[in-house]
Design a protein around this ligand. Structure first.
Ligand SMILES: Cc1cc2nc3c(=O)[nH]c(=O)nc-3n(C[C@H](O)[C@H](O)[C@H](O)COP(=O)(O)OP(=O)(O)OC[C@H]3O[C@@H](n4cnc5c(N)ncnc54)[C@H](O)[C@@H]3O)c2cc1C
Length: 349
């Protein structure tokens, strides 16, 4: 069976590797070089509890999340399976593993709206892992489909003193927009590096100037004199592009709109959907891909959508109450505490 994978991000590399390891003939098309132009905070939240420590690219395990709403909280994340990764190194490792398994990786080979029809014809199956601008949706004139609801982000890579972060990340919710800003340090030394970004999660972003907000945040966090090494950002899909199976094409990762509707993290679902898509082909059951995927992610997505909706309706005070309750219930096990707190707060509302 011949399989084409479009996109060499986490979803595509995982799909390609899984398929090739199990004997399929796989070609992966990547428009740049592997690991080039990555746009990410690089925090890996294994919220599905499937992956554990990433195989490569780990910078440190996140032991604490510093969370600010109206008040400041320290959340023990040592049991939550959160990692800071260097995606460049991680994806290089994944691509090496894929190559060793027999995947033919064609870098600097973009798939265009023009040649996608040939790929669909020449391969038995296509796995579209081309991210938010999914090429197969574009080719059908459905470009906006997995962008109908999305977050808009801006992120700087900053150089400066991040030594106070040690093994922690910071996230801050503010009252004047639906979203949050983050400081995800990669190197926590005096001459360190961090991804500092902001994400707007609803249509309010039309009225908000991202660059101005970032300048304000840099002052607020006393980072205004740090060096900006890179300025990136873009959209994160918050709505799924179902169905995930279209003719002989399976959508995975951001191409399927599989990021968290609450916080935009998508690495866990990119890996999972990539693996599952490949396995469903191997089992001769591509039609089962979506059902199996949904079974695994339905509780996570339902909770995240519900919290998002309540956050939108009741503002950050609701988020603060839920967080307090979660900390109260879950001193030792934050994940269990959060679920319990949400059940209680959602019932009350
Ligand atoms: C600013 C920002 C910060 C984020 N921070 C986090 C975070 O901290 N944690 C987290 O879990 N998630 C985060 N996300 C989301 C996360 O980056 C994505 O969910 C994840 O990268 C999805 O993986 P993917 O493999 O589906 O797609 P991508 O990582 O987007 O990979 C797609 C690949 O396809 C290639 N490609 C695209 N079009 C074509 C084409 N036509 N032909 C060939 N190749 C093509 C691209 O070059 C790319 O290599 C963030 C997103 C943004 C924008």
């Amino acid at each position: 069976m011949k399989v084409a994978v479009i996109g060499g991000g986490p979803a595509g590399l995982t799909a390609a590797r899984t398929a090739a390891e199990n004997g399929l003939e796989v070609t992966l098309f990547e428009r740049y070089r592997i690991g080039e132009r990555i746009n990410c905070g690089e925090g890996f939240f294994d919220l599905l509890g499937i992956w554990g420590k990433p195989e490569a690219g780990v910078l440190f395990q996140v032991k604490e999340i510093l969370f600010k709403i109206n008040n400041f909280y320290r959340i023990d994340s040592s049991r939550l399976n959160v990692w800071m990764v260097d995606r460049f190194n991680w994806q290089h490792y994944l691509s090496e593993m894929a190559r060793e398994s027999g995947v033919k990786i064609l870098e600097e080979t973009p798939v265009s709206v023009k040649n996608i029809a040939l790929i669909r014809r020449d391969f038995d199956w296509v796995i579209d892992a081309s991210g938010i601008s999914a090429i197969t949706l574009k080719s059908r004139g459905n470009d906006g489909e997995n962008r109908s609801r999305c977050a808009l982000t801006l992120q700087y890579k900053l150089e400066g003193d991040f030594s106070c972060f040690k093994e922690s990340l910071k996230a801050v919710l503010e009252p004047h927009y639906q979203g949050y800003y983050w400081i995800f340090p990669k190197v926590t030394t005096v001459r360190g590096i961090a991804n500092v970004g902001i994400g707007f999660f609803n249509s309010s972003f039309g009225k908000i100037n991202l660059k101005k907000e970032m300048s304000r945040i840099l002052y607020q966090e006393n980072l205004q004199d740090y060096t900006i090494l890179e300025c990136k950002g873009g959209r994160i899909p918050l709505q799924q592009a179902s169905p995930f199976l279209r003719d002989n094409t399976l959508l995975v990762g951001d191409a399927a709109g599989l990021a968290s509707p609450l916080h935009g993290g998508g690495l866990d679902m990119a890996l999972f959907s990539g693996k599952l898509a490949a396995l469903s082909l191997l089992r001769g059951a591509p039609h089962m891909y979506e059902q199996l995927l949904r079974q695994k992610i339905k509780h996570k997505i339902a909770y995240e959508e519900k919290i998002y909706e309540l956050w939108e309706r009741y503002g950050i005070d609701f988020m603060e109450k839920s967080l307090k309750a979660a900390l109260f219930f879950g001193q030792r096990n934050f994940r269990r505490g959060l679920l319990k707190a949400l059940r209680t707060t959602i019932k009350v509302k």
